[in-house]
Design a protein around this ligand. Sequence first.
Ligand code: UD1
Ligand code: UDP
Length: 393
Amino acid sequence: MPFTIFTIVGARPQFIKAAAVSRAIRTVYSNELTEFIVHTGQHYDSDMSDVFFEELEIPKPAFHLHVGSASHGAQTAAMMTALETLFQTEKPDLVLVYGDTNSTLAGALAASKILIPVVHVEAGLRSFNKSMPEEINRILTDHVSTMLFTPTQTGVDNLKKEGFSQKEGDQVDANHPLVVHSGDVMYDNALYFRKLAEEKAKDWFHTLDANNGFILATIHRNANTDDSKRLKSLLTGLSNASEFLNQPVFLPLHPRTLKMIQQFAETDAFFADLPSRNIRILPPASYLQMVLLEARCSLIMTDSGGVQKEAYFYRKPCLVLRPETEWVELVQSGAAILVDADEKKMQEAVAFFSSTDYPAPDGFYGDGKSAEFICGEILRMLKRQKDSANCGT
Ligand code: UD1
Ligand code: UDP
């Protein structure tokens, strides 16, 4: 009998990460691992959810919780309540969670408290800024997990400082968790989908009139969207960059940011007049569209974790619209510059990148086979657990 894995997803970056592992299960481990996808419903607009299942060929969710948007406590609690019932009924062999969203935390807490092993993919990342909801989610998830797959060596180092060990003893369980440096499944996807993006998104790309170059930007962090002064500085920085490079800014916009821009526009004309500042708001892009935008732009300005790394995959200079990042190797290598919401820092960084070659070496995020490696390690752990349970009986 194959082992059963329940994969918890809910937010856009999780669909994308899950696509890589799901593909590895289907193509390499289908005799030994059976995956059931559980969609919490955290993201629900079709361009924030369905499009990724279709484009990335992710199996349809076996279970959909339809939780929707709410405050952190209400949303996480609703997910946990539904997940606990589901896990108790279905009794999966393990629960797999990705990243640092409320869906991640809900899956990890609900499973660990009823003694189902939790596997955390993208473990060990830290911003050291607990005003970010994601930092709380990742710390708590790591500390209830049985296997922690880190995308970077920094992830391993962070976990060691928190008392985790990379050494494998006789036992692997929540009291004896195992940290494994796996590389980043998003890099697997970058390699796997690059050609397909050229084929499938090129007609869409031609409609953008982007022949003379463009800057790609994304903004969605609550710290950036909810404060009108800060959001205005960011958008001013985008507009200044556009003027400096004489290229438009394409801004595929998260619904949260669009809502805030529309709300602020009621009292401040700046927010209503972004096209005249050469900022073109687009609907959220599909993954393949996003790959083409990233591969063909001249510069990326973003507060997204995933987009920072994708900038590096496609060797595009990146301005990080945050005071810190979990992807420290990007900043240390010079591939990315932390500009926060500081208009002067943004201007300096744009000028710097426009006069320099791309500085970073390849290889920060593995060999493009992280998902397969993760599945192999999971299987090894499950077999060992089964063997030791059989010995005990
Ligand atoms: C969440 C994650 C964040 C991740 C991001 C990826 C948490 C705490 N945050 O942030 O780490 O980087 O997803 O995109 O889990 N909305 C819609 N339609 C949707 C989804 C959201 O309109 O399909 C709007 C709603 O107004 C909602 C707001 O966006 O209240 C925020 O959504 P939510 O899922 O709570 O957080 P994100 O900002 O998306
Ligand atoms: N992404 C996308 N369309 C967009 C913006 C982002 O497909 O309009 C992809 C992006 O290429 C990356 C992932 O979504 O693979 C990053 O997710 P997001 O920025 O929502 O969250 P974060 O990574 O910051 O948690």
